[in-house]
Design a protein around this ligand. Structure first.
Ligand SMILES: [Zn+2]
Length: 65
């Protein structure tokens, strides 16, 4: 089962939960304040997008001028 990260909109709590595919579209209850008002976080995709290596290779081309 995939592990999803959720953020509670009520108290701001971040929590992870193992959710089966059939349950992934359902909202998860906050473990702290029991609020059902939570949103799924896309943290795994966001961390892969920004790489500092791409920025350093870009500055090396500036030595041509
Ligand atoms: Zn909460």
């Amino acid at each position: 089962m995939p592990l999803y990260e959720y953020r509670c909109k009520s108290c701001g709590q971040l929590f992870e939960k193992m959710v089966s595919f059939s349950q992934s579209s359902k909202t998860q209850e906050c473990p702290v304040c029991k609020s059902p008002d939570t949103s799924k976080q896309m943290s795994t995709f966001a961390s892969k997008g920004s790489s500092p290596a791409a920025a350093s290779s870009c500055s090396s081309t500036g030595r041509f001028t």
